[in-house]
Design a protein around this ligand. Sequence first.
Ligand code: BGC
Ligand code: BGC
Length: 609
Amino acid sequence: MTAPSVSGSADAAKAQAADLLEQMTLLEKVAQMTQVEKNSLTPEDVAAHGIGSVLSGGGGNPEPNNPQAWLEMVGRFQRAALQSRLKIPLLYGSDAVHGHNNLAGATIFPHNIGLGATRDPDLVRRVGRVTALETSAVGVRWDFAPAVSVPQDVRWGRSFEGYSQDTAIVSEMATAFLEGLQGDDLRDPTAVLGCIKHYVADGATTWGSSQRVDRAALEIDQTLANANVDESFLKLVSEGAWQLDQGSSDIDEATLRRVHLPPYEAAIKAGALSVMASYSSWGGLKLHAHRYLLTEVLKDELGFEGFVVTDWEGVDQISPDDFYDSVVQAVNAGIDMVMVPFRFERFMETLLGAVEKGDLSLSRIDDAVSRILYVKARMGLFGDTGTLPDPVNVGSAEHRAVAREAVRKSLVLLKNDATLPLTKSQTMLVAGRAADDVGYQCGGWTITWMGGPGPTTPGTTLLEGLKIAVPLAEISHRADGNFATHAEVGMVVLAEEPYAEGMGDKEDLHLRPEQIALLERVRAQCDKLVLILFSGRPLILTEQLPLCDALIAAWLPGTEGQGVAEVLFGEYEFSGKLPFAWPESMVQIPLARLEQEPLFPLGYGLTTA
Ligand code: BGC
Ligand code: BGC
C-alpha cells in the first residue's frame, strides 16, 4: 500500500507531466526520449534540443577522475538542460553497480554475488544508501542498478551481477538495495533513482545463442575509446567471448514467470520507476522489440508506471541493417527512452521521421514522454537549480566501514580442517599476485568497464589487511609462491582476470594450470594451506580441494580487503552462505544439469563459531 503523501506526490507529478507535455513540440518530445553518452555530445547540444538524459558508460569518467570534475561535468550538462526552451532538467545516469564504481576514490562494495552471500537485507539496504550518497554527491541521480538477473549458468560473464541463482533471494536483496538507493522520498537530493535490469530473463540464455551484433563494425573508434579498451579486445571478442550474454532465453513462459519475473514485481512494488530492457531474446524476438513482455506484461499487468530505457545500442540489434525499422519496432513495443549512445542526431531524425510517416503514433510518443516527465517530477528535479552538492563524503571512513562489514559477511567458508581462525602468532606465507591487488578484488565495472588489475582506485588489499590485523608479525608475500622458508600457514590467493558482460563468458571454469601449480608449490612449504578465491562465480576446483585445509569463496569484495583479514583472524565469524550451488564439474553447468549433488549446495557455508 502506498502512503497518502507518496500518492499525493504521484498525482501532482502526473499533473505536472501533463501540463508540460501540452507545451512541447514533437521535436522536444523526441529529445526527451533520447539518452546520449557524455562523450558524444556537448552541453550546447543539450540546450539546443532539450535532450532528456545523458549517461556515463562504463569508464565514462571525466579527466581528472575526481569528485570535483564529476560535479563540474554533470553540472555543465544540467545547467545546459535548464537553458533549453522548456527548461526540463535532465537525468544523468551511470552504472553504480557496486558503489559509484566509475569514480576513483569511491567506496567499492562487493559485487552483488557477494551481497547475496550475506543474506542480510538490512546490510544491503545500507549498501544502497551509501551508494546513493556517493553517487548523488557528484550530481548523478540515476543508477543503472540493481541488476535483478537470476543467473542460471555460471559460465555467464555477468553471473556476479546477480545476487543469487535463487529467485526469492534476488527479490529480497534487490528490493533492499533499491530502498536504500531511492531512500524514503525520491525528492531528497541524496535519493538516486534505481533502474532494474535487464528485463527479462537475461540470466536464462543458452550457450552459443548470443547474437551480439559486432558493435565494433558499427562504431569501432567510439567503442574502443569509450570503453578504454584496445584492439586486443576485438581479438578476444572474435575468439569466442559473448556466447551467453545477449543470447536467447529458451525457456517457456511458466519458467519465465516463475524464475525471472518475480524480482521485477517485487521491485516495482518497492518503488522502482525505471527498467532497462535486456539485449537477450525470448521466443525468437529481442526483448527490445517485445511488445508482449514490455507493454502487456510489464506495464499493463504489473502496473509499472515508470519508463523503460534501452540498453547501450540495444535498439540497433533489432534489425541490424535497418535502423529505421529498429526504432519503430522498439518504440511500438514499449521502449520509452533510447540509450543511443553515439549518433544521437541520427536517432532523433529517425524517430521524428517515423512519427511523421505514421509508423509510430503520437499517442505512443506522448505516453513515453509522460512517463519520463512523471519520473523527473517524482524526483523533484523541476526544482533543480543546477547547483550541486558537496562531495565531501565520497570514500569516507564511515562508508568504507559499511563496505568492510559487507565483505566480512559475504565470505563463504567452504572447508575448514581445524585451520581457521588463524592465530596471530602463527608464521605465515602469502602467495599470489591477487593477495595485494585492489583491481583483482574489485573485478569488472571498476573505474573502467572491464576493470583491471593494479591499484586502480584507493583501497586496502587483503595483504594490507593482514598486516593491519597482525602489525608485529612478519608476513612474507610472493606473487610466485617461491619462499625460502617453511611456515605454519600458507595462504594462496587466486583470482579471475577482471571482466564484464560477455567478455567474461567462459566455457571452462577450471582453475588455470599456473594457479594449480602455485597451489602445489605453496602446499609443499606450509603445514596448513588456506585457499582464498576472488571470483565472480564458482570455479571448478574439486581436484584441488584435498590440497587445501581451508577454502574461502571471497567473490569480488571490492576496495575493503581488510574485511577478509578480520574474519580470518576470528575477530568476526564466518557467516556467508552460498548464493549459487558450487558445481563439482563442468558437467553440472548450467543449473538445469544439476542432477547429482553439487560439490557444495546452494546455502552451504561453515562457521567457525
Ligand atoms: C561502454 C559501456 C557499455 C559497453 C556496452 C562500452 O563502450 O563504456 O558502458 O556497457 O560499451 O558494450
Ligand atoms: C550494459 C548495461 C549498462 C549499460 C550502460 C550495457 O552494455 O549491458 O548493464 O547499464 O551498458 O553502461
